[in-house]
Design a protein around this ligand. Structure first.
Ligand SMILES: Nc1nc2c(ncn2[C@@H]2O[C@H](COP(=O)(O)OP(=O)(O)O)[C@@H](O)[C@H]2O)c(=O)[nH]1
Ligand SMILES: [Mg+2]
Length: 213
């Protein structure tokens, strides 16, 4: 019987996620799991966030990628609380990897921890990491149909971001359709439209501050 094996793996992950969640609560750290395609701008958003919130929020980042420390190197210019996790062939982070990554951080020095998951709209959705909320991130060049084609992310998320709105005049993208699909899948879900490239991320920063408060 294969099914019990799969259930056991997920059960173990859930137990470790619950442990992570207790650990975060003990230190009063608010934790987000940021999920989006490769290249949608997750690291760019976090780089901008670290620069903009420096004075009022202490933000750390755990960043997952199959290979390289390139994202961590970019982020480490703005915070000394950054850890890269390389997953090899793994298409998502799991609670045990997060547990190991968090051991390298000083949680007492943080208000917020953002986990930048491996770029993928599918695999990360089903894995609890111990986060408080999942954030789904899309971007204009991916096309307006991505929420409709990845409904599980939209269901699981507490916030949806649409990045690269600066490209709206240059690529075919039906913004009304995108908004309508998100609304249809998860009626009360907040949707923030951003352009990290233009520094247009105020809505995100306000949301982040309100969640921590
Ligand atoms: N035009 C445009 N490009 C962006 C924006 N945000 C990020 N990028 C670019 O998108 C590419 C991927 O960004 P990155 O942060 O590495 O994405 P990640 O893979 O989701 O972490 C980089 O070349 C960024 O400069 C944006 O708002 N507009
Ligand atoms: Mg990245």
């Amino acid at each position: 019987m294969k099914v019990p094996v799969v259930e056991n793996v997920l059960k173990l992950n859930d137990e470790l996620a619950a442990m992570n969640r207790r650990h975060f609560a003990q230190h009063g750290v608010f934790v987000l799991d940021l999920i989006g395609s490769p290249g949608c701008g997750k690291t760019a958003l976090l780089e901008a966030t670290l620069q903009r919130v420096k004075s009022d929020l202490r933000v750390g980042v755990l960043v997952g990628d199959l290979a390289t420390t390139r994202d961590a190197d970019r982020l480490a210019r703005w915070s000394n609380q950054v850890v890269q996790i390389n997953t090899g062939k793994g298409c998502h982070l799991d609670a045990n990897q997060v547990r190991q990554g968090v051991a390298r951080l000083d949680l007492a020095a943080l208000d917020v921890l953002v986990i930048e998951n491996v770029g993928n709209l599918i695999c990360p959705v089903g894995f609890d990491l111990g986060q408080h909320l999942k954030v789904g991130m899309f971007s204009v060049p991916e096309g307006d149909d991505k929420p409709a084609k990845h409904p599980h992310l939209v269901h699981a998320a507490s916030l949806v971001l649409l990045n690269k709105t600066d490209l709206l005049p240059h690529v075919p993208f039906n913004l009304e359709q995108f908004r309508e699909d998100v609304r249809r899948l998860n009626a009360d879900l907040p949707l923030l439209e951003l352009s990290v490239a233009r520094g247009d991320i105020d809505g995100w920063l306000d949301w982040l501050r309100s969640q921590v408060a």
